[in-house]
Design a protein around this ligand. Structure first.
Ligand SMILES: Nc1nc2c(ncn2[C@@H]2O[C@H](COP(=O)(O)OP(=O)(O)OP(=O)(O)O)[C@@H](O)[C@H]2O)c(=O)[nH]1
Length: 424
């Protein structure tokens, strides 16, 4: 550039030099004077000054252009840096925040983190994540506090449109008019960035980001939202898979009951908690009667079916805080925290009766029964071992007493007879 603007100046200075020589020759009388030979030097100098000014203006403009471009580049780099920082923070938070979280909280936590991240990146009036059938959840709604109602209404009115847009799997702008409802509520309006979540079918999910009407999201914003949503979905998928793996490692594959190791850990915690809170706890030892005969007469497959049926039946009788584990081949333990002995006995009887009514349908219809030993945590008792021992003894008595019955353990001989029988 410098070379290009320098060339005309060189020519002009050459012309000035030429006219200076001509003037000298005129002054010496060697050539004839006329306006060109006498004043040519002034014309050439004026031209030189004009061209110099032009070149300077050019340089100035070029300088401004470069400065503006540098500013834009810096702004872009700064913005990219902010995006990367937020992305890194989101990944870290997802990694730390949802690992080890309760299985039921994993998705919700991941999407709350996502909403916080996009709020700091994309100017908006509010955002929410809505997902159906994701990881087996009916409906998952993560939204800023206090806006649950609005988003629920939005879903009721615009759910089909939003779901339809999710099919394209690409983030898009969706302008929506606000709807005033007869009950005084409103369905929020504005421009919505509809960002489909890549979740396994038949589930579907969307990140919705709202802005005032007339301020559509730029393509780079939509792309950013799509990328961040994907980061959160991946993290939620991984965390849910890890939870699933942990859960499976605790379950008995045949019956789906807790395996013995997991059961012992949970039982210990449950006994300690009820001891600390001075609450009752009942434990049932359940054993299938004459199970060897079932196996011998009908085969191991039918025996397995009996174990599965009995387990499903027991589970149907339990609450969400009760524990159910397979303790041995055909032995199960049921832990009923916060349940007094009377109630536990009634429950045990209901389970016994229900199992007696089961039937494995096959070549022969096989019915079977269970015997149950019941023991309660005694006041002051904080270890599961003695409770299991008592329940086991009671089970033995139930077997000796003719099977298909519930036997309540006696607390005699455990040195706790004197303690208040407050849980019994
Ligand atoms: N089909 C099947 N059988 C099992 C499994 N685990 C243990 N068993 C069988 O369970 C039977 C337990 O028999 P026993 O301990 O003699 O007791 P029982 O025949 O049930 O007699 P009582 O308990 O005295 O009523 C054995 O035959 C085991 O082979 C299993 O996973 N599947």
């Amino acid at each position: 550039d410098g070379e290009a603007s320098g060339r005309p100046m060189l020519v002009v200075w050459g012309v000035v030099l030429g006219f200076t020589l001509t003037r000298v020759l005129v002054d010496q009388g060697w050539i004839e004077g006329n306006p060109l030979t006498v004043y040519g030097i002034q014309y050439a100098l004026a031209g030189a000054v004009f061209l110099f000014g032009l070149a300077q203006a050019d340089r100035m403009m070029e300088f401004r252009r470069l400065r503006d471009r540098a500013r834009q580049d810096k702004a872009r780099v700064d913005a990219d840096l902010v995006v990367e920082q937020v992305r890194r923070r989101l990944i870290e938070e997802l990694h730390v925040g949802i690992r080890g979280a309760d299985a039921k909280d994993v998705e919700w936590l991941a999407f709350r983190r996502l909403l916080e991240a996009v709020r700091s990146l994309v100017p908006q009036q509010g955002s929410s994540v809505i997902a159906f059938g994701y990881h087996g959840l009916d409906l998952l709604l993560a939204e800023p506090l206090g806006l649950k109602k609005e988003y629920t209404r939005l879903l009721a009115r615009r759910g089909t449109t939003i779901k339809g847009l999710c099919r394209s799997r690409k983030p898009v702008n969706l302008p929506l008019e606000e709807i005033a409802l007869p009950d005084g509520g409103v369905v929020p309006g504005g421009v919505f960035a509809v960002v489909p979540l890549q979740v396994a079918k038949p589930g579907w999910g969307v990140l919705l980001v709202r802005r005032e009407e007339g301020s559509a999201f730029e393509p780079f914003e939509l792309q950013l939202l799509g990328e961040f949503a994907q980061v959160a979905v991946n993290a939620a998928d991984e965390a849910a898979a890890a939870v699933d793996l942990r859960r499976r490692a605790e379950l008995d594959p045949l019956t789906g009951a807790l395996n013995r190791r997991a059961m012992e850990g949970r039982l210990q915690a449950s006994v300690e908690r009820t001891h600390a809170e001075r609450r009752p706890l009942a434990l049932l030892f359940v054993d299938l009667d004459h199970f060897k005969q079932v196996n011998d007469h009908h085969g191991h497959g039918v025996g397995d079916d009996c174990l599965r049926l009995a387990s499903d039946c027991i589970r149907r009788h339990l609450g969400k805080d009760d524990l159910f584990g397979r303790y041995g081949g055909e032995e199960f333990i049921i832990v009923l925290p916060d349940m007094r002995q009377d109630a536990a006995r009634e429950l045990a009887d209901r389970i016994r009766e229900a199992i007696a009514g089961l039937c494995v349908v096959g070549e022969a219809n096989v019915t079977f029964t269970v015997s149950i030993g019941l023991a309660s945590r005694l006041p002051g008792e904080k270890s599961p071992r003695s409770i299991i021992e008592r329940a086991d003894k009671a089970l033995y008595q139930a077997k000796r007493g003719g099977r298909n019955r519930v036997q309540v353990a006696s607390s005699h001989g455990f040195g706790l007879e004197g303690a208040a029988a407050e849980f019994l």
